[in-house]
Structures are given as structure tokens and as C-alpha cells.
Write a protein that binds this ligand. Structure first.
Ligand SMILES: CC(C)(COP(=O)(O)OP(=O)(O)OC[C@H]1O[C@@H](n2cnc3c(N)ncnc32)[C@H](O)[C@@H]1OP(=O)(O)O)[C@@H](O)C(=O)NCCC(=O)NCCS
Length: 187
């Protein structure tokens, strides 16, 4: 398969934040932004793979600043990494106040997508042609994220099997939770 450059599938989605997207506090729903991110991730991944793609995993959703009604949100997506059938799309989300001309960076997230064939089976995607130092940095960062995630999953799975309720219950006294009397008797 011929490698495709990052620019081949780079995609930007821009949408005006209308009142229907707002929550009761008047800010834009996180779910609205997630849905837009999923859309742009799909477009970018499908362009690279030239196949139907599905979302498998989302990393780094951390909304640093609220988005307001009336702001113009742009989602800048590019393929950061490809495996055999999976690819990671990095998405930078910015919100622009059109009147003031100010721009804020609300979050950068990473969507792992898998390409599927007509039988709904994972199918190979083209390699990624890295053309700039930034392309290389993003590819290496995605590899590191994958490695750390695998280590975390393994550690957490091990730790979880060792969390015994009766031995750890005292840790809850410093937390903002309460146990019912019935539960206390049970433990
Ligand atoms: C993604 C999916 C195809 C993986 O199926 P599978 O039988 O595990 O297939 P494979 O083991 O061949 O994995 C395929 C690729 O997905 C990757 N993958 C699977 N699970 C993953 C996970 N939790 N996180 C990151 N990557 C994952 C594998 O590493 C592999 O990548 P590679 O080929 O680049 O090495 C399957 O879990 C699926 O269809 N999930 C539902 C996805 C979906 O419908 N999303 C929409 C939201 S409902």
C-alpha cells in the first residue's frame, strides 16, 4: 500500500454554536462538542483509509474552557498515527468570538478509529507519510500514549482484583461520601 501524507486527509469542521446547543447554564453541551469531534474524526479517518471507519477509543477529552453560544467552533483534525487497521486522529478544538476576534483553545483529543471492510471486519489502512518534524512528533506521541495506556490498563486490572472492601474501607473516611448503616453492618 502506498503511504499517504498527513495533508491528504487533514480536515477542518467549523460550526456556529446556536442556542439549541446550550445547556441550562447557557454554555455549549460537552456532548455537542463530542459529537462534532466524532464527525470530524470519521471524515479524517475515512479519507485516509478510503474505507468506512468506526470509533474505538477516545483519549484526552478535557474541556479547559467553556464554549459560548454565538462562538464559531473549529475542529482541526489530522491523522497522527496508523497501525495495521487502526488510526489515531488528533483533533484540536478552538472557539472564536467573531465580534472580538479572540480565539481560545478548548481541548485537544485523540480518537482511535478502525477501518472496516464490506464484511464489517477490520481492514488494513495505508501507512502514513511523515513530511515534517511535527508529523514525526505526533506519531511518536501517539505511540507513547498507546504504550502508557496498555501499562495503565494492566496495572489497574491487577490493582482492581486486589481492592478488598473490608481492608480499604477506612480510606473512605477522608472522602466526601457516606455509607448507610446497613452497608456498614454488611462490611
Ligand atoms: C474496533 C473493533 C473492530 C475491534 O475488533 P477486534 O476484534 O478487537 O479486532 P482486532 O483485534 O483485529 O483490532 C483491530 C484494531 O483495533 C485496535 N483496537 C481494538 N480495541 C482497541 C481499543 N480498546 N483501543 C485501541 N485500539 C483498539 C487494535 O489494536 C487493532 O489495531 P491495529 O490493527 O492497528 O493493530 C470492534 O471492537 C468493534 O467493532 N467495536 C465497535 C466499534 C463501534 O461500533 N464504534 C461506534 C460506537 S458504538
Amino acid at each position: 500500500m502506498t503511504a499517504k501524507p498527513v495533508n491528504y486527509s487533514r480536515t477542518t469542521l467549523t460550526e456556529l454554536m446556536i442556542p439549541a446547543y446550550a445547556n441550562f447554564g447557557g454554555k455549549i453541551h460537552g456532548g455537542t462538542l463530542l459529537s462534532l469531534m466524532d464527525k470530524v474524526a470519521y471524515a479524517c479517518a475515512a479519507k485516509h483509509a478510503r474505507q468506512y471507519c468506526v470509533t474505538v477509543l477516545v483519549d484526552g477529552v478535557n474541556f479547559r474552557q467553556p464554549v459560548e453560544v454565538g462562538e464559531l467552533v473549529s475542529l482541526l483534525a489530522s491523522v497522527n498515527y496508523v497501525g495495521r487497521t487502526s488510526l489515531v486522529v488528533g483533533i484540536k478544538v478552538i472557539a472564536e468570538n467573531v465580534k472580538l476576534g479572540t480565539v481560545k483553545h478548548t481541548n485537544t483529543s485523540y480518537f482511535t478509529m478502525v477501518a472496516k471492510d464490506d464484511n464489517d471486519q477490520p481492514t488494513e489502512v495505508p501507512p502514513l507519510l511523515l513530511e515534517t518534524p511535527a508529523d514525526v512528533r505526533r506519531f511518536l506521541e501517539a505511540m507513547k500514549r498507546k504504550e502508557l495506556r496498555a501499562a495503565f490498563s494492566e496495572n489497574f486490572d491487577n490493582a482492581r482484583t486486589h481492592i478488598l472492601l473490608d481492608e480499604n474501607i477506612d480510606k473512605l473516611t477522608r472522602e466526601r461520601c457516606q455509607l448507610t448503616d446497613e452497608l456498614r453492618d454488611l462490611l
